[in-house]
Design a binder for this molecule. Structure first.
Ligand SMILES: Cc1cc2nc3c(=O)[nH]c(=O)nc-3n(C[C@H](O)[C@H](O)[C@H](O)COP(=O)(O)OP(=O)(O)OC[C@H]3O[C@@H](n4cnc5c(N)ncnc54)[C@H](O)[C@@H]3O)c2cc1C
Length: 347
């Protein structure tokens, strides 16, 4: 009989785990995703001809597992455009200063068609296994089977692989029997990468910022954006800028943040910045399927890849996976992929 595996979460980690299990064969697989879309912290929005990344964007040449996966699935990459000078705003009273980016910087790569192109390839292989709008609320383990409950259904399986950020897992799913105390404590203090970030993108008809030899790269001590990059598409015929906003702006309305961003872009690049076609943003701290809201300060990457996650729980019935549990590159897409390989080896 096929071993029944239930994966909680249809982010990169969950999808790669499902893909690898399917390739290995002899498993019955289900992936339960609470959201109405796949991807979790990968969120590409298609507006106009420039796919906008409101979640994960870049990969690097040392991300070997992710790069191999992209190659296997015929997912193409292109280099982040960095050609030209950058701008730096030190104080609000002064205009931004122009400077040269250091030569021989590490190249950041993007995925042609958006990071979601990788998700599309993975989910095509897994179509009948994926169930959207299925938020897991309860995990009950008996002697032989595990029972998993969502608001609509009950599932029975042999093994569960959770890919939720550990902090979210222990604060949002009810376990019977309870998880060991040390697992709860460590998970509750495990950092979820980018949980407080606000990412935005502004789409334009033309890359006017490239005039006068500027790259579109900008940094600011003043805000609202702290970092900015050219976010045009791989064919360079859909144009956009993308950046990160100061987290203190989360309580404002979208319209207030939009106006502040356009004002700042106008200060950096002139009047043409007001002529945008779309403004898109995502406030990740408001995303309840990523971030558990509490006021606890957790150091970036704290407990990522902790030793406690490296063994299964409840007699092999539960694996705690997801990028943050990876011993290498925890919090990044590379961590999500490596952890999926690691789980399969230990299943
Ligand atoms: C703004 C931002 C920028 C980033 N930039 C980069 C980058 O440039 N490069 C990089 O390598 N990484 C980046 N990252 C990190 C990268 O996105 C993550 O490492 C990776 O996507 C994590 O994948 P995962 O599957 O482990 O977790 P997640 O993507 O968090 O997936 C977990 C899934 O579980 C689902 N879920 C939650 N609760 C339940 C439940 N109760 N039942 C069922 N499903 C549930 C969620 O909806 C989600 O789909 C960025 C992240 C953000 C937010």
């Amino acid at each position: 009989m096929k071993k029944e595996i239930l994966i909680i979460g249809g982010g990169l980690s969950g999808l790669v785990t499902g893909y690898l299990l399917k390739k290995k064969g002899n498993y019955s697989i289900k992936i339960l995703e609470a959201n109405s879309r796949l991807g979790g912290r990968i969120y590409t929005k298609k507006v106009g001809s420039a796919p906008i990344e409101l979640g994960a964007t870049w990969l690097w040449k040392y991300n070997t597992s992710l790069l191999n996966l992209c190659k296997e699935l015929n997912v193409n990459l292109f280099e982040q455009q960095m050609e030209g000078d950058a701008l730096f705003e030190a104080m609000s009273a002064n205009p931004p200063q122009r400077f040269k980016l250091p030569p021989n910087q590490e190249i950041s790569y993007r995925i042609d068609g958006g990071t979601s192109a990788l998700l599309d390839k993975l989910s095509n292989e897994l179509q009948r296994c994926i169930l959207l709008n299925e938020k897991v609320l309860e995990f009950n383990s008996s002697d032989d089977k595990v029972l998993v409950k969502t608001p609509n259904s009950t599932y029975y399986c042999d093994t569960v692989i959770s890919t939720l950020p550990p902090k979210l897992l222990v604060n949002s799913i009810q376990f019977s029997p309870e998880l060991p105390k040390d697992v709860i404590q460590i998970s509750d203090k495990t950092h979820t990468w980018m949980k407080d970030s606000i990412k935005f993108s502004v789409v334009y008809d033309t890359p006017f910022w490239r005039k006068n030899g500027l790259s579109g790269v900008a940094f600011s001590n003043v805000g609202p954006f702290t970092e900015l990059y050219d976010h045009s598409n791989a064919s360079d015929n859909g144009f956009a800028l993308m950046g990160f906003l100061n987290g203190a702006l989360a309580p404002l309305s979208l319209e207030q943040r939009r106006q502040k961003v356009i004002d700042q872009l106008t200060k950096f690049f002139g009047e043409e910045a007001t002529q945008h076609i779309f403004y898109e943003e995502k406030v990740w701290r408001n995303e309840e399927l990523t971030t558990f809201p509490d006021n606890q300060f957790i150091m970036p990457h704290q407990h990522n890849g902790h030793i406690i996650y490296q063994k299964p729980f409840l007699n092999g019935k539960l694996f705690i996976s997801g990028s943050e549990t990876s011993k290498e590159f925890g919090g990044y897409m590379e961590g999500a992929v490596r952890r999926a390989f690691n789980i399969i080896e230990n299943l």
